[in-house]
Design a protein around this ligand. Structure first.
Ligand SMILES: *Cc1c(COP(=O)(O)O)cnc(C)c1O
Length: 413
């Protein structure tokens, strides 16, 4: 039985042939990262007895402590927090900002306007009670150029009270390029050159395991991300992480719990095996998602659409942007993809209003874990030039079928 028309099958075969040589590099990164994970598990003697829940304060929770030591090692960091008590990536990122910044300090974003949910945390463009602005932290941002971070502009923005620089690795909902690990290294070096005590903070969401090193291994002081994206491997049920210099991670931990308590508390209520197993699977799962993104870039390029990144460009996050050019095509793309979801395949996505967005937003993604975007998903605000952002896929096979479903819905074939 053929699921797709002969036209779509022909498109698939052609795209697979073109994409295959690009897959070799992705497999190589996955193999190197898997080796790193195994080495860290071996070093820290990960054992089955660690996979248990704890209660109450959660003092001396060895499963939690061991996992955090493993993740710190993988990040080239001194210390890490890996917790389901972080409700999302934004929460982990906010703990870093509020844990470290004090009234009178300035935060400088060098990658332009931050991700949507970070704008309410910062509170300078959007008024939000409890934001950094309300706490007396000032804010500046340097717009990105065509080539990436405006390195030459940095010196002019750094002031005596610039306590922290925010570097967002991924593109988010924009067409700008993600920062590669070597870009992040250069930006951190430039900042330290002008102000050695300025803290380099990386929003690492969507970037984990796309390359063979993480930002804290190349000069970033601290970073944070979500466990329902890359490092949870599609298995972690919820949570976020912070990794970096010990002193800074402790300050963030005092914000997560309370000053004086920090990371010593926090019972493991969820099955922590899921976090270990998710981390073990993450390099492979991220590779599946990157292959899906690459396949989508090739196929939609062949159909005449602009894709960012282009199929053979260096990737530093799992997002594939496709410029579709009309609201009808965005809706068709999302509806076609949704039909090939393992969960809610019968649901018909339609555009709707979303808090924090001016335009209506459409979202597709039938995921096992609510809102998980390491699972295959697509979304975007309905505004010109009508770009859909595609990401995730626990298996390449699924990503491919979803993408073919979207192509079929768009072309009517
Ligand atoms: C996903 C993401 C976040 C955090 O989002 P949550 O939905 O709160 O996990 C922050 N920054 C970027 C770039 C992201 O992609």
């Amino acid at each position: 039985m053929s699921l797709f028309s002969n036209e779509i099958i022909a498109l698939k075969q052609k795209a697979l042939e073109q994409a295959r040589p690009l897959f070799d590099k992705i497999d190589e990164i996955s193999a190197q990262n898997t080796a790193k994970v195994l080495a860290a598990f071996r070093k820290h003697q990960v054992s089955e007895y660690l996979f248990r829940t704890t209660t109450g304060y959660g003092y001396g929770d060895s499963g939690r402590e061991r996992l955090e030591n493993v993740w710190a090692d993988l990040c080239g960091a001194e210390k890490a927090l890996v917790r389901t008590q972080f409700v999302s990536g934004t929460h982990a990122l906010a703990c870093v900002l509020f844990g470290i910044l004090r009234p009178g300090d300035e935060l400088l974003a060098v990658t332009g306007t931050p991700y949507d949910t970070m704008q309410t945390v910062v509170g300078h463009a959007v008024h939000t009670p409890g934001s950094l602005k309300e706490c007396g932290v000032s804010y500046q941002e340097i717009p990105m150029t065509q080539d990436g971070v405006d390195i030459d502009a940095i010196a002019g923005y750094i002031k005596s009270n610039t306590k922290m620089v925010l570097i967002q690795r991924s593109r988010g909902y924009s067409l700008r390029k993600p920062l590669s690990i070597s870009d992040i290294k250069k930006v951190c070096a430039e900042i330290k050159k002008h102000k050695p005590d300025c803290i380099c903070f990386v929003d690492n969401c969507y970037g984990e395991f796309v390359d063979t090193a993480e930002p804290t291994a190349v000069g970033a002081d601290i970073m944070a991300g979500s466990l329902i994206k890359n490092p949870g491997g599609g298995i972690a049920p919820s949570g976020g992480y912070i990794a970096g210099k010990e002193e800074l991670v402790n300050m963030a931990a005092y914000r997560l719990t309370a000053p004086g308590l920090g990371g010593e508390l926090g019972a493991t209520l969820a099955d922590i095996r899921l976090l270990y197993q998710g981390l073990f699977l993450a390099p492979h799962v991220v590779a599946q998602a990157v292959k899906g993104a690459t396949f989508a870039a090739v196929l939609f390029n062949n159909l005449g659409y602009k894709t960012v990144p282009q199929p053979d460009e260096l990737r530093s996050d799992i997002i594939q942007a496709i410029e579709l050019g009309s609201p009808e095509k965005m809706i068709a793309f999302c509806q076609g993809l949704q039909q090939y979801s393992p969960v809610d395949a019968h649901v018909h996505p339609v555009p709707g209003p979303m808090p924090g967005y001016v335009d209506q937003v459409i979202m597709a993604g039938g995921t096992f874990i609510q809102g998980s975007s390491i699972e295959l998903s697509a979304d975007g605000p309905l505004r010109p030039p009508y770009i859909v952002y595609l990401q995730g896929g626990l298996t390449f096979e699924h990503a491919m079928l979803g993408i073919l479903g979207a192509a079929s819905a768009i072309t009517g074939q």
